[in-house]
Design a protein around this ligand. Structure first.
Ligand code: ADP
Ligand code: MG
Ligand code: MG
Length: 881
């Protein structure tokens, strides 16, 4: 470490780094270097690499050998280039200290501006610039940021001083404070610093600089940063880099300003130049919601030359990076500087539109476009939006900051949102504005409403990243935290617990809950999905038990049903009685009698499914859950059933108790039911085959039913059940006199099934990996009881993920691979699929592709996500990644 380079310079058209060096220089540093070399105006500076951060933590928070010399060397080089010295009493160099890791973490680590000012330098700066208001404003900002960010003092102390000064003068805006006022404020700030820190405000710029660098590295491990990384699955980073950069001043006066812009609209994806700025402002003034920013169209009107320059630079950056850019800029005395560029975060809608448009514009290829959209992100597009024909009682309107629609009970704090979500309530988080402390509450809420801040405010940016609906900057509402209520238009008062609905696409806030409609699957989305289907190899089926679910899934592009759970059909009100009768019957005759009542209903179910799927493959799983799940438990229910069955309630109660199991998930279920009560499976096979035969014969369908037997752990189980099924099926077929193909296969959901898959494949024409049960049985982890400790395991990173959400590739995945290999050894043409919830989770889908499965099957709403993930898997493989 000591010998390798630690700091990288950028300035004057040359840079030691470039955009590819994100791991080492962080995203911000790498792009500052890149912009410098392609001739974009960037204030010079240098980047301390993430390796130094890593070494700092490895070394018990000590800097590596040689670091100090290297820092001094780069500082001297910067001073030379700028022709100014840090802390100089005549013409001081001022710098910013900015953090930046390889992955962007908005608002996680704070920036310090105007570093290098002290009691002498401020006077020099005032004289040199001839603008003493500016100099004192810069100093007071520096004291505030340094104390807050580097020394951990609460920002409130300084805000109170500032507010009081404004009150005394009877003004509202910071910009109305003059040089004298600011000078007094600086005195008070320094006093406050001394009172809290028990030492004077540091006057030595090198000391200021090192303390700030310490703070940036320190912030890498603060709770907020750790929480954000965990939430966003950011792992494997070395640390953060630190950028030390010469200052340019947007707060110089009315010919200066600062802003943020996007090369395309991050909310809709439309190709319009979109941004906000404030004149006479510095740094985060725009996002902090201190004054309400102006849009770029007013920049165009008021400062057309600057606007043109900004527009040209935006075009240059977008063409260079070949992606939508999120840009931070500052204007100093009519001169434009770029302070940051990165690929902009965007809503799913925007991601799809931008990817498709860029293909049309010839900027990227279809394959790149497919890789530009994150599978998980699609979720946002697949959910309902407000029903346009539903009546709406709009009581306020704000900015459409993040699309989608959501309703819920109003809460006013992040903690309340989190508590409410824990007990299953849907809530809308209402805040004056949000800050990084609110992230957990934003996550828990269905939607977010803020009274202040623009389209680039914290609330807007974070909500878009989360795919949550957000209405920001809603000036129509007045939030009263104390009274736990807000007032909307016409004095309407909304209290904590009242239900409201947000439309993040229009910015409307409505009283009560407004019904929603399904999303559109056409247009840009449709085009992208055509490419997706062209590039993927893995097929995508759905888990569906009803014609309605199947219809939704088909719309989403499902290519068949991978799992139809027949037990769900048994729960319907009219049937459950017959099912209970069957279970509780004393003998075979009694069971058969009850089953004969169920048969026509089951047949009807399959007719509906087959018709809806129009010849696409349908896998039907025979009865799986433990029987007691169907039984009545209350005395009242038992009495009702006894009457229907014409038996004593007490007898029935005994029987119910007898069927109770200690470990039902490992008990009398799955194929074990089929072995002990063959008539149940016989009835089901009968119903499946009658439905198929009838449709083939009378309605001309082509159907190849796939009959699936659950929970097999020993090949003999399957051998017995298969021969039973063949007997029943062939009986039906010969009765209908039609030629019908059918397949019989099994779930692989017990470790023993995977381990003996070569034997099982002798009896199975297909395998479907039931990764929910396989995860339970491999880990010895009950899904229903894991809630008590699993979150803790994930939080402590004992498990990298919840294994019920993302397939455990190292363990469960190995059994899947083994099952595939052994199955194919015995039967090369065997069909392989997966039907656990994992079938719709992108990392698991990619794994399934790599393991060589034929298809994944997932819930209807996740079908497009699985299709996209499958295309990603194929394209990543093609690129050798
Ligand atoms: P974040 O990661 O939160 O975006 P930045 O490091 O980008 O933090 O800093 C926030 C803002 O501070 C920038 O957008 C810019 O307006 C301002 N800023 C940072 N460095 C400088 C500088 N050298 N000169 C002028 N303004 C700066
Ligand atoms: Mg910030
Ligand atoms: Mg920034």
């Amino acid at each position: 470490m000591a010998k390798s380079k630690m700091i990288y310079f950028f300035g004057d058209g040359k840079a030691e780094g470039n955009a590819k060096m994100k791991e080492l220089l962080g995203g911000k540093g790498a792009n500052l270097a890149e912009m410098t070399s392609i001739g974009v105006p960037v204030p010079p500076g240098f980047t301390i690499s993430t390796e130094v951060c890593h070494a700092f933590y490895e070394n018990n928070r000590e800097y590596p050998e040689g670091y100090e010399q290297e820092l001094k060397k780069h500082l001297t080089a910067l001073e030379k280039l700028m022709g100014k010295k840090l802390g100089d009493s005549k013409d001081p160099l001022l710098v910013s200290v900015r953090s930046g890791a390889a992955a962007s973490m908005p608002g996680m680590m704070d920036t310090i501006l105007n570093l290098g000012l002290n009691d002498q330098a401020v006077v020099g700066l005032a004289e040199k610039t001839g603008n003493s208001r500016f100099a004192w404003d810069a100093y007071r900002r520096f004291i505030q940021m340094f104390s807050n960010v580097a020394m951990g003092m609460k920002g409130g102390v300084f805000e109170t001083i500032l507010e009081k000064a404004k009150d005394r003068k009877g003004i509202e805006l910071d910009t109305d404070l003059d040089s004298n006022d600011l000078q007094k404020i600086v005195e008070e700030y320094k006093k406050a610093y001394k009172a809290h820190m028990k030492s004077d405000f540091p006057q030595d710029p090198l000391d200021q600089l090192q303390k700030s660098i310490d703070a940036v590295f320190g912030s890498w491990m603060n709770d907020r940063a750790i929480h954000y990384r965990r939430l966003n699955n950011i792992t494997g980073l070395l640390g953060t880099a630190v950028n030390v950069q010469s200052m340019v001043f947007g707060n110089f006066g009315d010919d200066s300003g600062t802003g943020v812009c996007f090369s395309r609209d991050p909310s809709t994806g439309k190709k319009i130049f979109y941004g906000e700025y404030l004149m006479n402002a510095q740094g985060e003034d725009v996002v902090a919601g201190i004054r309400t920013p102006e849009t770029l169209s007013s920049l165009k009107k008021k400062h057309s030359r600057i606007y043109k320059e900004l527009e040209d630079l935006k075009d240059k950056l977008e063409a260079h990076y070949r992606d939508m850019q999120d840009i931070e800029f500052t204007i100093e005395k009519h001169k434009l500087y770029m302070l940051q560029t990165r690929n902009g975060k965007r809503t799913a809608k925007a991601a799809v539109k931008i990817a498709v448009d860029m293909v049309t514009e010839g900027l990227i290829s279809e394959k790149e476009a497919v890789l530009r959209v994150e599978p998980d992100q699609l979720d946002q597009l697949l959910h309902p939006s407000l029903d346009p024909s539903a009546p709406k009682n709009v009581v306020a309107k704000g900015l459409p900051a993040s699309p989608g629609a959501a309703g819920g009970e109003v809460v006013f704090s992040a903690d309340e949102a989190e508590e409410a979500a824990r007990i299953g309530l849907k809530v809308i988080l209402v805040r004056v504005e949000t800050s990084p402390e609110d992230i957990h509450g934003m996550h828990a809420a269905q939607g977010i409403l803020t009274a202040r801040g623009g389209m680039t405010s914290h609330a807007a940016v974070v909500a878009r990243g989360m795919g949550k609906c957000c209405v920001a900057g809603c000036g129509d509402i007045k939030v009263d935290y104390k009274a736990q209520q807000f007032t909307a238009r016409n004095g309407v008062v909304v209290k904590k617990g009242d239900v409201i609905t947000l439309d993040g696409s229009t910015g409307e806030v409505m009283l009560g809950s407004v019904p929603t409609v399904q999303p559109e699957m056409t247009g840009d989305f449709g085009r992208l999905m055509e490419w997706v289907d062209k590039f993927r190899r893995l097929k995508v089926r759905t888990n569906a038990d009803t014609p309605q679910d199947s219809a939704v899934a088909r719309q989403f592009g499902a290519e068949g049903i991978g799992l139809c759970r027949t037990e769900h059909m048994f729960f319907e009100a009219e049937r459950i009685m017959a099912v209970r009768e069957m279970i509780l019957a004393e003998d075979l005759e009694g069971r058969k009698r009850a089953l004969s009542k169920i048969l026509p209903m089951q047949k009807g179910d399959f007719l509906g499914l087959f018709r809806e799927m129009k010849g696409l493959p349908v896998t039907i799983r025979l009865l799986d859950p433990p029987l007691h799940e169907f039984l009545p438990h209350t005395d009242k229910e038992i009495e009702d059933l006894a009457r229907v069955m014409n038996v004593q309630a007490a007898t029935l109660k005994n029987k119910v108790e007898f069927l109770h199991e200690f470990n039902p998930m490992l008990g009398h279920r799955g194929c074990r039911l089929g072995i002990t009560f063959p008539e149940i499976y016989d009835m089901q096979v009968h119903a499946i085959m009658e439905a198929a035969c009838q449709l083939i014969k009378e309605e001309g369908y082509e159907i190849v039913p796939e009959i699936m037997i659950p929970l097999v752990g020993e090949v003999k189980e399957l051998a017995i059940l298969r021969s039973n099924a063949i007997r029943v099926a062939d009986e039906v077929i010969s009765r209908y006199r039609v030629d019908v193909q059918y397949l019989i296969g099994t779930m692989i959901e017990l470790p023993r099934a995977a381990l003996t898959a070569d034997e099982i494949a002798r009896e199975a024409e297909f395998f479907s990996f039931g990764t929910n049960d396989l995860t339970q049985t491999t880990y010895g982890l009950s899904r229903d009881d894991a809630g008590k400790f699993l979150p803790y395991y994930v939080e402590r990173e004992i498990y990298p993920n919840d294994p019920f959400v993302a397939l455990d590739q190292g363990g469960v995945g190995q059994l899947v691979k083994m099952g595939c290999e052994k199955g194919r050894q015995t039967r090369p043409e065997i069909k392989l699929g997966i039907c656990g919830e994992h079938g719709g989770e992108p990392s698991s889908v990619i794994f399934c592709h790599q393991a060589g499965l034929d298809y994944v099957s997932c819930s209807p709403y996740r079908v497009p996500i699985a299709r996209l993930a499958a295309a990603h898997a194929a394209l990543l493989e093609e690129q050798g990644r």
